[in-house]
Design a protein around this ligand. Structure first.
Ligand code: PGA
Length: 253
């Protein structure tokens, strides 16, 4: 049985004061008997603040991006070792906003995935099709290509220390969610692709859904067989909505 994971991607939002309040409110709503794990993903400058606020609290934290390089003259970049040094356990790689706004290719995403693992971090590999690709019936091909590139470079064994997040680009921040049936279908495709390489690893890898998950649609999405949690953007910025999704995961996963 896969343990559900509810991850909050705060993107470029927040302040020291706001994040302090958010974490206080999240902490107050943790269910000691809940099965779901929690992960928060703040902007880089707040990692230390989050680390100190979550000391001894069962909430993991990670970063939104990482350099593919280990160290050197890469102004503005942050290495995986630095993230691990700050206490991060996870890092997002290949979020669609990085792919579309910052031109990240499948190849650079694979390099970041491997850099993260080399430093002991668990990469959260984000994949998903655009609306045009879905309309052209290319969803399967696109996610299989995105996952396939990482498989080719890192190998299936690497997926025993990784999480996959399926986030249809047209559902991110738009209020438009994939239906539970649409999401489950793509999750099953991704799982089958990984299981074809190794049945055990493919069966155990957690595949999160992301894209306008809210308290009122979380339960029906999270109840699907191959959906093992959520990557939550907008709704993770308020403790009440984020933790309502967490409670839904505890109930249905
Ligand atoms: P959203 O973002 O929940 O605001 O759609 C999800 C994400 O980008 O991870």
């Amino acid at each position: 049985m896969r343990t559900p994971l509810i991850a909050g991607n705060w993107k470029m939002h927040g302040s020291r004061a706001g994040i302090g309040r958010l974490l206080t409110d999240i902490r107050a709503q943790i269910d000691p008997n809940g099965r779901a794990e929690l992960l928060v993903v703040p902007p880089f400058p707040y990692l230390d603040l989050v680390a100190s606020q979550l000391d001894g609290v069962p909430v993991a934290f990670g970063a939104q991006d990482v350099s593919a390089h280990a160290e050197g003259a890469y102004t503005g970049e942050v290495s995986a070792a630095m993230l691990a040094d700050c206490g991060c356990t996870h890092v997002l790689v290949g979020h669609s906003e990085r792919r579309t706004l910052h031109g990240e290719s499948d190849e650079s995403v694979a390099a970041k995935f491997m850099a993260a693992q080399a430093a002991g971090l668990c990469p959260v590999l984000c994949v998903g099709e655009t609306l045009a690709e879905r309309d052209q019936d290319r969803t399967e091909e696109v996610v299989q290509r995105q996952v396939g590139r990482v498989l080719k470079e890192a190998g299936i064994a690497a997926f025993s220390r990784a999480v996959v997040a399926y986030e249809p680009v047209w559902a991110i921040g738009t209020g438009r969610t994939a239906s539970p049936v649409q999401a489950q279908a793509v999750h099953a495709v991704i799982r089958a692709q990984l299981q074809a390489e190794d049945a055990t690893i493919g069966g155990q890898v957690r595949i999160l859904y992301g894209g306008s998950v809210k308290p009122d649609n979380a339960a029906e999405i999270l109840a699907r067989e191959d959906i093992d949690g959520g990557l939550i953007g907008g709704a993770s910025l308020q403790a009440d909505s984020f933790m309502a999704i967490y409670r839904a995961a505890n109930q249905v996963c």
